[in-house]
Write a protein that binds this ligand. Sequence first.
Ligand SMILES: O=C(O)CCC(=O)C(=O)O
Ligand SMILES: [Fe+2]
Length: 187
Amino acid sequence: MKYSDEVHKLGLRILELMSEALGLNPTHLLEMGCAEGLSILGLYYPSCPQPELTLGLNSHNDNTFITILLQNQIGGLQVFNENRWIDVPPTPGALVVNIGEFLTLITNDKFASASHRVLANKDGPRVSVASFFRIPTTQYSKVYEPIKECLSEDNPPKYRGTTMREYMDRFMENGLNGVSPLLHFRM
Ligand SMILES: O=C(O)CCC(=O)C(=O)O
Ligand SMILES: [Fe+2]
């Protein structure tokens, strides 16, 4: 309970700062509901005798606005940048913040979500706690589209509006195979 309260407060603060970074009122992203659905997932990756033959978690982009991640000392998280996988080594006391695909959609790519994955390891177990700021199930029919203030004549909308329900339908077609459902909504 204590962790979820604190991570929720942190998420509110980060979303306020992101609103300001976009030149918006600090409460803009909060008013859009970006902190209304917090789900927290504990992940346990057992040690693996032949880690080179598999992955801990396949490459994917989160279906969130932001994700705040706590990882133990084992490592294995990687992010895809400039055509290569880069290690995100655990730093004591630090959290990782990932941008999810719904923040990419509503900011018209100003905040780009990155593919990430987790390598298997034999030093295990790896434990992580992912706090997903996502659309609550009660809001799966709400349409999200690029924020008007993020658009201009030189920067027209790159995505059409969509709902979490439609996004999940696309996701179910592909599973965790690294194909981003967001591409379906790109204009
Ligand atoms: O375990 C990790 O570090 C990553 C977890 C993750 O990316 C996810 O649950 O979406
Ligand atoms: Fe993830």
